[in-house]
Design a protein around this ligand. Sequence first.
Ligand code: ADA
Length: 479
Amino acid sequence: TATVYLDGHEIGHHYNAYTPFSVVVSDLEPGRHMLEIKADNRFHKDSALHVPNDYMSYGGISRGVVVEELSDLYLEYVHVKTYRENRQWHVQVKAAVNVLKIGQNEDEDITIQGKIKDTAFEWKLADTAKKHYEFCTDLKINGIEEWSPETPVLYQVELQMLREDEVIDDLIERFGFREICVQGKYILLNGKRLRIKGICRHEDHPDYGCALPYQTIYNDLVLIRQMGANSIRTAHYPNDEIFLDLCDELGILVWEENHARGLEEDRMKHPLFEEQAEQVIREMIFYHYNHPCIFIWGILNECASETEEGREKYARQYAQIRSLDSSRPTTSATCRHLKDICLDLPDIVSFNMYSGWYKDVSIEETNERELDWIQKSGGNGKPVIVSEFGAAAIYGFRDRSHCKWSEERQADIIRENLEVYMKNEAICGVFVWQFADCRVTEEEWFSTRARCHNNKGVVDEYRRPKFAFDTVKEMFQSK
Ligand code: ADA
């Protein structure tokens, strides 16, 4: 939770650590001012989402702070949606202008000029009688290169707002020409079937907590690309925009999800749950809309989707996502095996399964039973993703008997799972749990998490590869 003060007066308050927020202050006198931001990571009775968990809720300011001088009219956002119609690429550009001083520009000519490649467009602000104006234009663009993991080509939309001939604001955003569709049991990227070879990643590092600097994020992505992965799941919250910018540039597909992990029915009944969960979705989509790397919006990892109360909230959140962005499919990683009552709601069915770690069961039989049940319980004909599987290992612990917690056993279990999932035509993607070992909260988790870490990383928290790193690399690069 962040509280923002200017010259000692509270001007803003924001719950949740993972999504951006902004505060506009007008009529500020020129001169020196004091901007203070108070970050509070304590678990609190008014917090429905931040609870003791299998990841760390760090304190401190974990995202960038930007101070920007605005004119009395400013461009609030620009959203770019790309799609193809009869092989012709279209760009739908939506933007908004906010007016801080109503009626101050009645007789002035206010124009918003836009440009994508060599295509120009223009909007006129008829008056400044309202606080907020929205614009939308649909353009046909030729001669572009599509964005994909193989060719992550990026373009810019450039807006300028002019009062008479003076530029009073501009806004430049990057985007990519790509289109995500669900067709039967397949996810299509630009019309081609995707096979997701993914890994789940927490924002966590022993030197930086969750506030990883650019180079550290970049190094993670290089390692993940070396593994032959083409996708990352932001378990279990929206990620830093530096991460998303880098995934755009490196062509790494991202499943981004709202902030929730393992909230049972009683927690989903928290009086502030809906308000807080839906705020994360609103801010996640508002601020991350233009990133071509994001191909799926996820919600509510392993929450109470086996209950009627839970179903109602899942349904609300899927509907909210679709109302904010119709260009990306939805999903949720479930662990309510053989009892989930929400599989008819998302576009893609995803499940977490730890065959071979928590339960020494046949991976093949467990998978066949799960897939059969999904087909009969609302997921029929939909794409299926195994959103988590894996095992723990303590870095450097070798054991010739391959006992549990050894690097050998982790590699064995991951290999056996990938052999089953990657050859199954009903499964269009997998996400290994997880990239790096990460801190967990001591409350409620220390006893089952050696070192107060979730040790299922294929690299340890210092990014030192375990045997499993090589196993994932061999399997991802061979198929
Ligand atoms: C769940 C959960 C992950 C992690 C994992 C584990 O699937 O979604 O956050 O806790 O289990 O390590 O057991």
